[in-house]
Design a protein. Sequence first.
Length: 328
Amino acid sequence: MAGVAYLGIGTSSSADLVLVLGEVTAFTALAITILVNVSPAHYSAAVFSPASSPHGQWSDITNAMIYGITAFAGFETAAALGEEARNARRSVPASIAGIVLVTGVFYLLVVVAEMFGVGRHGIPAFTEQGSPLGYLTSRYWSPSALWVMDLVVVLTGLGFVIAVFNAAIRVLFAMGREQALPGSLARLSGRRTPVVAIGGVAGLTLALGLPLSYAVGGARTFGYLAGAAGLSLVLIYLAVNIAVIRAFRTEFRGEFRPVRHLIIPAAATVLFLFPLWGILHPHGHGLMDLPFAALGWLCLGAIAVCVLRIRRPDSFETLGRVFAPAER
């Protein structure tokens, strides 16, 4: 992934697009096959009731929301690539809205197919499958097609990493130029790519992922890191929704629209309280299972913000402006 990123945003974005198209094609084909062949008795909205969850509890839903949010996250990374766009003020909002719409429809299609494919009473056993997609592939396609779905899952993971990698290095690159982090992160290679930021992200990823994978295995490592990321994302999205209300009631008061800038973000804030409860609720997680790494990382960020605001107030006020460049 570091090598692909080093080649440039054009190369990495093209590779990511190819992988995503392959993923969407394979999953959509399987979902349609399931919906066409499933028994009519399985077409019931009851599969989406909390009572149909593995333990029949609301905590099943709130815990699942943590990983759902982590899986859905990434639509906003288009903003981090604003400097690469020719018309950022138009293309970035359009990209974000388009991604939310397309991804939402795609996820809904796959989830509906999965639930109808196993039926309400088959959900608990389905969640215990080592490979849920493999189970559905064997049942509705053929066991001989399992290798295809395994390959798609691996390529999906690679596409996910490319997208996250691109967003992370762009954020570090911007923070290096704004002196919020060491200025060396803004150093470019001969190919005009942020080589130090690329190396920093790769090094941090390996330092965090390899020891955990060795100690507890890949699946548990992914689950822990996804849960930790879920906590960070929930808090970020909560803060963004509250910031929208505040910004359009103060700085951009002339552009304020009640539905867009008050009702929608307020409703979203309330909805995000459910997965936050799922993360912190004692019956959902034991004390040692809480993602303390994410909380510690966020605390360090809060301290850094306070120091930057005191020592460099001018720089603090302009943070993030590089992601909204003038039209060109």
